[in-house]
Design a protein around this ligand. Structure first.
Ligand code: NAG
Ligand code: NAG
Length: 168
């Protein structure tokens, strides 16, 4: 079996899809989820809910109340989010949407799988390494951190969609 997998990997690398962890407005029921569902942007398939192995600061900031995961492992809280399997087209879309690499950097993060649904779900408790978009902004390290982002949460920090933002 492993030989077959090895040969598939070598012969057909193009079938391999990327996986991405979303922790903010791209999650289900959040303001940018429609972009994940829009097939003009590419394909995205929900795999499972997951939680970061390390704590990270998840802050909500700027006048647009944008959630940011700061690339400072070891501070903040273990953050909840969702893992998606995406094709190259969706990866390209997300890179553009997140302004990668200037605004956000796409790196790999270690996650503990919580639970999923459907046949392609990941095994609860397994450790996965997938892409995440995060930033390095030392000046936001003092801000309040959250373990799970909800645009409609008690914090009252209403997210402003990119198309509704006034120029700064
Ligand atoms: C899907 O994305 C395309 C390309 O950006 C856009 O023209 C279209 O309006 C979007 N559809 C929805 C339902 O958001
Ligand atoms: C971030 O923290 C600073 C210092 O505590 C505070 O002045 C600022 O209002 C906070 N910004 C946001 C967006 O919460």
């Amino acid at each position: 079996k492993s030989l077959v997998h090895y040969l598939l990997f070598v012969v057909c690398p193009v079938v391999r899809m990327a996986r991405v962890f979303v922790y903010g407005t791209l999650k289900k029921a959040q303001p940018n989820y429609f972009r994940m569902e829009n097939t003009s942007n590419g394909q995205a398939e929900f795999l499972a809910r997951a939680r970061t192995i390390e704590p990270y600061p998840l802050v909500i900031t700027t006048k647009f109340n944008i959630p940011f995961l700061l690339n400072e492992p070891g501070t903040g809280q273990r953050v909840y989010g969702e893992i998606y399997r995406i094709d190259q087209k969706m990866l390209d879309f997300l890179d553009r949407f997140e302004g990668c690499p200037e605004r956000y950097q796409r790196t790999e993060i270690q996650l503990e799988v919580q639970d999923g649904e459907g046949e392609n779900t990941l095994k609860p408790g397994s450790i996965e390494e997938v892409f995440v978009y995060s930033r390095r902004e030392p000046e936001w390290l003092q801000n309040q951190t959250y373990e799970s982002y909800d645009a409609f949460g008690d914090h009252g920090l209403k997210y402003v969609l990119p198309e509704d933002r006034s120029p700064e």
